[in-house]
Design a protein around this ligand. Structure first.
Ligand SMILES: [Zn+2]
Length: 274
């Protein structure tokens, strides 16, 4: 039996691949992560690993759809990111038993699981580094396998934009993870990532490229996200125009905080004398 079970669960709604990966960490006293929906495969994995706790990488519906059901059915301790207990309860209908802070370590069978705060895609987002005696020595916990939720994907990119997104936080989280040099990334959607640093560099470069295009558009006199999006994206936007517009807003917010533009929530303007 694998010590980490990955179960792909079909989800409705705007999940990038139409499925979400739930994970069960540990061969006994396991930790359930991201129970996206009800699934026979997930129940089989849980039945063999006597889970004791559940945690979500973040509380978007495509990561917590069956959290309430499995928490009840397996009598799990329910953890949430510290400071987001109310948000968690709204999203899941479950009152959390305990919370985790950045750097906290949870037991998960043979493993230790360290939570790292990684806001950007969602404010309550955490990444989970799997370490411990049977995995990698405790001292190497930072170089282990990392459950990254919606922080990274093998192909394409994840959505970062309002109301939950924060582009500065997202880039910081990507860089922080890159600096740790993890061995493997286990994402919320799509296949495992066995070349983490290359993928993280690609994701960072993608955002910085887009930021340059957005900044250039503003400097050329384009003021609203609706107009900026038309010049910043070359590809056909039909069907994704609203997502693209919101991603542009996340870039505008970041550029404004950094003093590169002025942005009042509706119109962007270049900063004078720059
Ligand atoms: Zn999400």
């Amino acid at each position: 039996m694998d010590r980490i079970a990955s179960v792909s669960i079909p989800v409705s709604g705007p999940a990038p691949t139409g499925t979400t990966n739930a994970y069960v960490i540990g061969r006994s006293d396991a930790l359930l992560v991201d129970p996206a929906g009800e699934s026979d495969d997930l129940e089989r994995a849980l039945d063999r690993r006597s889970p004791t706790a559940v945690l979500a990488t973040h509380t978007h519906p495509d990561h917590v759809g069956a959290l309430a059901r499995y928490a009840r059915e397996y009598d799990l301790d329910v953890y949430t990111r510290s400071g987001y207990e109310k948000r968690f309860e709204r999203a899941t209908g479950v009152k959390p038993d305990a919370n985790v802070r950045d750097g906290d370590v949870l037991p998960a069978g043979d493993f230790d699981v360290e939570a790292t705060s990684t806001p950007g895609h969602a404010p309550d987002h955490v990444a989970l580094t799997i370490g411990g005696v049977d995995a990698t020595p405790r001292s190497e916990v930072r170089n282990g396998r990392v459950l990254v939720g919606d922080l990274a994907v093998a192909e394409g990119s994840v959505f970062v934009g309002p109301p939950d997104g924060d582009m500065r936080g997202y880039l910081t989280a990507l860089r922080r993870l890159h600096a740790r040099g993890p061995a493997e990334l286990l994402p919320g959607h799509g296949p495992a990532i066995d070349d983490p640093r290359a993928v993280l560099r690609r994701l960072i470069a993608h955002r910085l490229d887009r930021e340059r295009t957005v900044l250039a558009a503003v400097r050329n006199g384009h003021e609203t996200p609706e107009v900026v999006v038309e010049t910043a994206y070359e590809k056909d936007l039909s069907g994704v125009r609203d997502l693209a517009r919101r991603a542009v807003i996340a870039h505008l917010e970041k550029l404004a905080v950094e003093g590169s533009i002025e942005w009042d929530g509706e119109r962007a303007r270049p900063v004078a004398n720059c």
